[in-house]
Each structure stands twice: as C-alpha cells, then as structure tokens.
Design a protein around this ligand. Structure first.
Ligand SMILES: Cc1ncc(COP(=O)(O)O)c(C=O)c1O
Length: 464
C-alpha cells in the first residue's frame, strides 16, 4: 500500500514503531535512553516555576517524533525545491491557517526555528543593517534580540533602549514602580527616530499597552513589532491585550505559555512596504525566513505546532490561560503578604519578578540554587536598575504556565510562596557566602515531592 492511499485515522503503528514508547532508543542507545528517563523524572518531580517553560501535550510530542523530520522542503507550500512534499505542504498550510485563525492575523509564517530566528527574520524584512531599532533594555526585562550588544541585533543595527538604569542613562520605566513610562518612551522615540520599535520582553510582569506603542510608532513613522513570546497563550485566553490590531509584525516562540514544540512563528499585516510600495510585508517576511536566514524547515516541528494551535483553539485552553494569571496573582499576593518585594508590586500576567536582595538580603543566584535543592525550579534575573552584576543579580523570575499545566491552583500557589519564604529563612551569611540549612531544604524537598507525585497533578505528556 502506498502511503498516500492511507485512510484517515489509520493507526500509525502499522507503519512505524512509535517513538513515544522509547523502546528503540533503549535498545540502540541505552546512554541517551537513561538520560531521557532521568529527565522525564526530573521534570515530573520538580515544581517548575521558570516562566518561559511549560509541558507540551503527548499529542504535540508525538507529532514531533514523526517521519516528517526526514523530509527536506526548502521553499513554501506549492513552491518547493524538492519532490515529495504534497503531505508536508498540507501540514504547513494547516499550521498557517490555524495560526491565522487563532490570532486573527492576515498572514502567518511558521518556519522559524525558534524565537530568536523569528526576530532576526523580522529585522531583515523591515530594515537594512545599520538602521535603527528601539527595544527594551535587557537587564530591565527585554530580550537579547531587542538590540543587545552581544547579539546580532546590537551588532548589525543602531540601537536605543527603554528601561531603567541610572548609571547607563536608560529611561522609559518608572524607577520607583518598575512600570513602563509610555510618555518617556515616546520622547526617546522622537529623539532617536527608530525604523523599528520592539514591544515585548522576558521579565516584565505587567500588560503591554500595544495601542500606545502603535501611537508612538506612528508619530515617528516606525514599524511596530510585538514580540509575544511570553504572553502568546494569555492573548489567546483574552487575559492580555491583543497586539494583532496594532503591530505590523508579531513574533513569538511556540514553547512557552502556548505549550507547543520548540519553535517560532511570525504574524504580519497584509500591507505594502514603506521603502517599496510594490513589495508586500508578507512576502518580505517569508523571503527573510527563507532563503535569507534558513534552509529547510523542521517539518516535524511544524506538524507539532499545528497540533498545538488546535489545542490552543479550545475553551479548555482559554480556561487554562485564565488560571495561569489567577495563579500568578495568588502567588504574588502571598509573597507580598509574607513581606517580599515584587517589582511593580505584583503581576498582570504569568510572571513575577522578585527583588530577593531587597526582600531578604540574598542575591538571586544563591537563592535560586537553594530553591532548586528544595525542589523549586526558578531562574535568577536582573531587576530594573539592578545595583548588582548580571551574573549575580538581585532578582528571581518565577512564573505559572508549567505548574498550571499540571493542575495547580491558588492553594498550591500559597504553598509555593511559603516554601520560598522558608528557604530564605534557612539562610545565614558567612563572610561572602550564603549558607542554607540542608535539613530545612531536605524537609521542603520531601514536601515538594509529595505534591509532585500527588495523582491530582499529573504532568501533561509524561506518564510515569
Ligand atoms: C521575548 C522573547 N523573545 C524571543 C525569545 C527567543 O526565543 P528562543 O530562545 O526560542 O530563540 C525569547 C526567549 O526567551 C523571549 O523571551
């Protein structure tokens, strides 16, 4: 039987030994099999509080482990450089249409290998090297690709930032509250005259006012790019402002709140380019992804992304997105009640930026390490106007997409805040070192493990 003759819904095991059972892996490569099993267990047994991580569904992982990974398909549906892409074309078309429907966008490109390449393609589509970009300052909560000097964006383009750093003269964020100051961002834009403005970040715990960014971009005739890597799922759930009506281009990763495979996508308006009205923005974006930046797309990832978009289009997902925010706010409330200092005083979204130094006089890095020993997985992070260096900053970034995926609710959030508080109280400063009481960390680890192995909180996609 030829593969194209297959009836819909035919069981796949008739053709391939399913990767999800890992049997072949165990036989062929016991070393990698063993590490895989340990990573499965590690992910299940920790309370995952890294706001940029999540658990994908079994369906998404199964789509990733398909023979679509074997196929080369440089180009786009209907215009490939290789034969044999009739089914790949169907997968990519389904994925693009689902992305457009989910976000209400004119055009979708789903080939970017990840969030950074999606941003890079957007730079190439909208600007020439040497042109000007205004983005959020990395230590104030922005991303490397929004103009930071060690990244392609800071190397190839002329950059300016909004954020808060008194030493470096960075403004655009209220130094007392940590909130974006849109009037000041408008002033920076008027002085700098950027070609592109990026709205979006990695550690800003408040909603992005994309309408206001549009007004600023219009005033200086800049393109507006909304990078929704962190808040994509919340936008779908209606619990974060929607950039699609305002931004020329929307870029995103696919593996954070939206709960897909590791990848990226780009949405854009169907509009002519400013430098050449005969050229269209969708066409420029597509050409920037391929052939400017990438070769063959990762078709298995695109198949998995299509599955992710189908899952995200359900009422169940919208409910999940609402719970992410409710959980983050419950966690923020309890930490505040326990006397912790949160940047901006709380959260509107999925993440909380804790000023650990100001709260308990412990830098973010040793605190994150101690939390990990206790079973709480987080990451240390700079806070706006951080007096400490980026490799040992003052803050800790935590978020709720992953814990919400396993069914944690407000009660568990209160418990997490109390564990964090207990870890801090177990710390003594010894000279330059921060020493945590191992017994206390061990006790908390046992409590965390009990919660993680509670059958009420299974990890999606991981069946132990
Ligand atoms: C706002 C933002 N943009 C882009 C990226 C880059 O994504 P990736 O790590 O997939 O390249 C990230 C990842 O953390 C992000 O938070």
């Amino acid at each position: 039987m030829s593969i194209t003759d297959v009836q819909p819904n035919t069981k796949i095991s008739e053709f391939v030994s399913t990767a999800s059972s890992f049997e072949c892996l165990r036989e062929i490569d016991p070393e990698i099999y063993d590490l895989t099993v340990r990573e499965i267990k590690r992910q299940a047994d920790m309370v995952r509080l890294i706001p940029s991580e999540n658990y994908t569904s079994a369906a998404v992982m199964q789509a990733m482990a398909t023979p679509f990974c074997n196929k080369y398909s440089e180009g786009y549906p209907g215009k490939r450089y290789y034969e044999g892409n009739e089914l790949v074309d169907m997968v990519e078309n389904i994925c693009r249409e689902r992305a457009k429907a989910l976000f209400g966008a004119d055009h979708a490109n789903v080939q970017s290998h990840s969030g950074s390449p999606a941003n890079m393609a957007t730079y190439f589509a909208l600007m020439k090297p040497g042109d000007k970009v205004l983005g959020m300052h990395l230590p104030s909560g922005g991303h490397l690709t929004h103009g930071w000097n060690v990244n392609f964006s800071g190397i190839l383009y002329d950059t300016a930032f909004y954020g808060c750093n008194t030493e470096q003269g960075i403004t655009g964020m209220d130094p007392d509250t940590g909130m974006l100051d849109y009037d000041e961002i408008a002033r920076i834009a008027r002085n700098f005259r950027p070609n592109v403005i990026f709205a979006g970040g990695t550690a800003y715990p408040r909603a992005w006012d994309f309408k206001r960014f549009r007004e600023i971009a219009d005033e200086v005739d800049a393109y507006l790019v909304a990078d929704i890597a962190h808040v994509n799922g919340l936008i779908i759930g209606g619990v974060h402002p929607d950039p699609v009506p305002y931004a020329d281009v929307v870029t995103s990763t696919t593996h954070k709140a939206i709960r897909g495979p590791r990848g990226g996508f780009i949405l854009c308006k169907n509009r002519p380019m400013k430098d050449d009205p005969s050229a269209s923005l969708p066409d420029r974006i597509d050409k920037a992804v391929f052939p400017t930046l990438q070769g063959g797309p990762h078709n298995n990832t695109i198949a998995a992304l299509a599955v992710c978009f189908a899952e995200a289009a359900t009422e169940e997902f919208r409910q999940y997105a609402r719970q992410i925010v409710a959980n983050a706010q419950a966690l923020a409330r309890e930490l505040t009640d326990l006397g912790w200092h949160l940047v901006t005083g709380g959260t509107d979204n999925h993440l909380i930026l804790v000023d650990v130094m100001k709260s308990v006089k412990i830098p973010g890095k040793p605190f994150a390490k101690a939390l990990y020993t206790a079973g709480l997985e987080t990451n240390f992070n700079s806070v706006p106007n951080d007096p400490r260096k980026p490799f040992s900053p003052s803050g800790l970034r935590i978020g709720t997409p992953a814990t919400t995926s396993r069914g944690f609710k407000e009660t568990e959030m209160v418990q997490i805040a109390r564990w964090m508080d207990r870890v801090a109280k177990a710390c003594k400063k010894d000279g330059k070192d921060y020493i945590f009481d191992e017994m206390v960390l061990g006790d908390i680890r046992s409590e965390v493990l009990a919660l993680c192995t509670d059958p009420r909180f299974p990890v999606p996609g991981i069946d132990i």
